[in-house]
Design a protein around this ligand. Structure first.
Ligand SMILES: *Cc1c(COP(=O)(O)O)cnc(C)c1O
Length: 360
């Protein structure tokens, strides 16, 4: 009975889309979502929970998140001349950027396959989304990018750097060419900065049309939902007008203040994961029934060659191991699976299970 209301009142872009799916992971070895697998030392955890008791939950949070901004600025060495806007995860920042976009530029472009939220959020807003296919080795097809930018004049180009789900970090000179060719904004999404050897943070002031995104999610704080948009004060001031006043709760802000005093803990966990990434990559390379790509992030993409990825994924699930099946996500990802780098023990369990599954 509601149907007639729904079809009249909800826009087709919403009716025709599927909600973002999060698989049930209870009881699973969870290697699907690029989470940091490590806990904090127990003394630190105690200190944190004690400090949370000082937060006044009867009060609204600091709407401008000023303390958190200074903590973040210091922890990530954000230059003073750049402003920072926080979102409830970088997902919210992508949404804010799109909401700010002028009606004359309702076109968004990104190389694909990439992070799905760029397309998902663009399409919900009924923008045109232009996905420019990467090359077969997942490097950028720069001539195709430049001609698509010329043809479509996108309001925003999103570049995940390194890219999810491929792990590739494009050459900086390629980014420069895209920035120079773009009539609109270029957003460099450095979600995997902690695992990559590069950043554009020190260069964004050189360009009038570049913003940078970081997130605390992949560094070990996925539960806090803290994303940062970094750029010139002029850009950030405009985007900030669209943000809901109290988008970040007091407990989250306080937790960021606390943990940024102990960045060494998170950064050394990231170091361990980088070492584990090398080990996991080497072990995956020794399995002849898969093709594997080197990664600059905390996950590894691989392709099954003699058994459909869907079957491998299902058999891993039967062994209580959850990774991401990307087969349906993009034509270039046929039979591709993505595994998050876990602890030494988790990676061992995964490799053993994968070896057994591919041997049968
Ligand atoms: C995971 C991921 C994000 C999402 O970050 P949140 O801050 O958790 O919303 C953004 N960009 C890319 C490329 C990602 O892989």
């Amino acid at each position: 009975m509601e149907d007639s209301y729904l079809h009249r009142l909800i826009k087709p872009a919403v009716l025709n889309t599927n909600a973002y799916q999060v698989p049930d992971s209870s009881g699973m070895l969870k290697l699907d979502a690029m989470e940091n697998p490590f806990d904090w030392p127990s003394a630190l955890k105690q200190q944190w929970t004690d400090s949370l008791a000082t937060v006044a939950l009867n009060r609204y949070p600091d709407a401008s998140a000023d303390d958190m901004r200074s903590s973040f600025r210091q922890a990530f060495a954000v230059p003073d001349q750049l402003s920072i806007l926080f979102g409830n995860g970088s997902d919210e920042l992508i949404q804010l950027l799109l909401l700010a976009l002028h009606n004359d530029y309702r076109r968004v472009l990104a190389p694909e396959p990439t992070f799905v939220m760029y397309r998902f959020l663009s399409e919900i807003l009924e923008y045109e989304f232009i996905g420019v296919p990467l090359q077969n080795d997942f490097s950028l097809d720069l001539p195709a990018m430049l001609s698509a930018i010329e043809q479509h004049q996108p309001g925003i180009v999103f570049i995940a750097w390194p890219n999810n789900p491929t792990g590739v970090a494009y050459d900086e000179t390629e980014l420069e060419a895209i920035i120079a060719a773009s009539p609109g904004l270029v957003v460099i999404d450095e979600a995997y900065h902690a695992f990559a050897e590069r950043t554009m943070l020190d260069r964004i002031s050189e360009f009038p049309n570049v913003l940078l995104m970081r997130t605390l999610s992949k560094l070990g704080l996925a539960g806090l939902r803290i994303g940062a948009l970094i750029g010139s004060p002029q850009w950030i001031n405009e985007i900030d007008k669209i943000r809901l006043p109290y988008n970040l709760g007091s407990l989250n802000q306080h937790s960021v203040n606390f943990i940024t005093e102990h960045m060494d803990v998170l950064l050394s966990q990231a170091q361990v994961l980088k070492q584990q990434r090398t080990l996991l990559f080497d072990q995956l390379q020794q399995i002849s029934a898969i093709q594997v790509w080197p990664s600059n992030a905390n996950f590894i993409l691989f392709k099954t060659v003699n058994k459909p990825a869907k079957e491998v994924h299902t058999e891993l699930l039967q062994r209580k191991i959850l990774i991401k099946n990307l087969s349906q996500a993009h034509p270039l990802l046929q039979d591709c699976l993505r595994v998050t780098v876990g602890t030494e023990d988790e990676n061992r369990q995964f490799i053993q299970a994968l070896g057994e599954i591919l041997a049968t």
